[in-house]
Design a protein around this ligand. Structure first.
Ligand SMILES: [Ca+2]
Ligand SMILES: [Ca+2]
Ligand SMILES: [Ca+2]
Length: 231
């Protein structure tokens, strides 16, 4: 499949228009750049090494997917929170046809706790429903869409946008869904990051080291009381 890649377009989730804020939530509860593995929190384990030209930015990503393929992220046991932010990079490979009705429409969708669906194109005159403007990074040598990719979103400096939602459940689930009814385009995701707020401020959430010291303190109290009961 790699040899069939003639273009690549990438987008960050936040630029889909739900939010233009930089991530401001303080507690990161999940991150995966897929360099090691996909992980059991995902419903599917596909993992692909990126083209050489992407190597400086990304290497492995979660994909490839096409047609009605989807992959679902499920996080459980989240601490108390009222807001949740999702960020990720989306790589769109080959000839995405956007709003073109003969060869599309080609959709990428989110469902579950975050809902949305957008068309993308890298060559059709009808355009796309996705409102953002990608950054252009040269890919290959020819100056046409077949030899370029478009990169949007989370960059190596860590900036980028996000989906920011009201969320209180201890479980978060989102499905990244298929783009198209055809077979000549596919996608992958990378740098998936989930952050939550901390009601009352970070000071109310003990860090692991604090919890360990607290545990030692309680153990010490128990030991002292045990000793005091001895005759
Ligand atoms: Ca990666
Ligand atoms: Ca196409
Ligand atoms: Ca198509």
């Amino acid at each position: 499949m790699r040899t069939k890649i003639i273009s690549l377009m990438a987008a960050a989730a936040g630029l889909f228009g739900l939010s233009q804020q930089a991530s401001a939530l303080p507690l990161q509860v999940y991150f995966n750049d897929f360099e090691i593995n996909v992980g059991p929190e995902w419903s599917d384990a596909n993992r692909t090494d990126a083209p050489t030209e992407l190597g400086a930015i990304n290497s492995y990503y979660h994909g490839n997917y096409s047609l009605s393929d989807s992959t679902t992220l499920t996080l459980t046991g989240l601490p108390t929170h009222t807001q949740l932010s999702l960020q990720f990079d989306l790589y769109l490979f080959n000839t995405w046809d956007g709003e073109n009705t003969r060869w599309g429409k080609d959709f990428f969708s989110l469902s579950g706790d975050i809902e949305g669906s957008w068309t993308f194109t890298n060559h059709q005159p009808e355009g796309q429903s996705y409102p953002g403007s990608p950054d252009l990074i040269p890919y290959g040598t020819a100056g046409n869409m077949g030899a370029t990719y478009v990169y949007l979103g989370l960059d190596p400096t860590g900036s980028g946008d996000e989906f920011l939602i009201s969320h209180t459940s201890s479980t978060f689930t989102v499905t990244f869904g298929g783009p198209t009814t055809q077979t000549d385009e596919w996608w992958g995701i990378d740098n998936v990051r989930v952050t939550i707020d901390q009601p009352g401020g970070p000071a109310n959430v003990p860090e692991p080291a604090t919890l360990a010291l607290l545990g030692l303190g309680l153990a010490g109290i128990g030991y002292r009381r045990k000793c005091q009961r001895k005759p």
